[in-house]
Design a protein around this ligand. Sequence first.
Ligand code: SF4
Length: 367
Amino acid sequence: MRDYKIKRILIDKNVRDTPLVKRIIKKAGEVEVKEVLLNRKKYSVATSFTEGKRSILLTDFPGSFVKPCPGTGKGYLCCGYTVINQPVGCPLDCTYCILQDYLGPSPLILYVNPGKIIEQLEIFLGKYKNRVIRIGNGELADSLALDYLGDFSSFFVSYFRTKKNAIFEFKTKTDEVDGLLRLPSSENIVCSWSLNPPPVISGEENFTATLERRLQAAYKVQEKGFMLGFHFDPLILYPGWEDDYEKLIEELFTLIDPSRIFWISLGALRFPPSLKEVIQQRFPHTKITSEEMIRGLDGKLRYIKPLRIKLFKKIYSLIKDKAPDVFCYFCMESPDVWEKVMGFSPSSSSNFRKLFEQHCRKVLNLK
Ligand code: SF4
């Protein structure tokens, strides 16, 4: 399923003759192809959000692909995730997407110098040989939405399946798993889905796969032998949310084997104040900005704490009823919210990272 259609490929003149660029253009089929001369300081081909999401820029990148997850300010616990920024930008169009703020209305970018990524990963993983690193490419993009063009699944699976101190995660809201299903599986490769009930998907997550298709795709990936992850993030309040999330969790565990789930995260809707105006302008129908929110310790708008706790308690208990042993964590929450919902808190980000690492070692049978 792919409801979005790429209209234009912009090629940086520096990379026009590389085999990878030629392959991507061939796979893209009937699209406009245009050469551009880039100003290295900024990608000066910005258009409107809608145009940007239908244009792909092919270029190389001399900088750093591998970075710590930006996480959030003090007061909230971060899990110590690492991100690989390839690709950058997403053709899907969620109303609440933070990339509208981070990236603005720029074209999607596929970097066509993968050798540089490998070089940087070798240095990075070498530096943390005694640790277990969790790393993924779903921070500045949907990991699989452009897989049909960029073949990221093949690139990352081939590299990471032999790296036993690393766990690589694809994060998606699509059902674009054909590439992954063609590859040999590995326990240190996780494919994860962000889940929300159908009214949220149809109202807020434009161009993404339906819940049914996401779960079917997860089932196929499970049967192939990869590990799974699920992100109940962003959890969104609306009339009827309790029944809808309950049905969703029921459907999830009807299809998915809890022992194949590496992790489940929970996070409530949050965004920087500057995004509020963009959301209201671009998506006047949405009600997500009209809930009562406060400015958190990191400056982002979030639901008030009693509401977050109510939301988390409900979702957490539904998950634990079905899968008591599954590893759950909060993305960017405060220690007292952990305490009130899960009955304990790692109390600091460094303890959180250690807790996560212990869990990963157990699953992967590492010492
Ligand atoms: S899938 Fe993720 S990256 Fe893509 S638009 Fe939605 S929130 Fe943004």
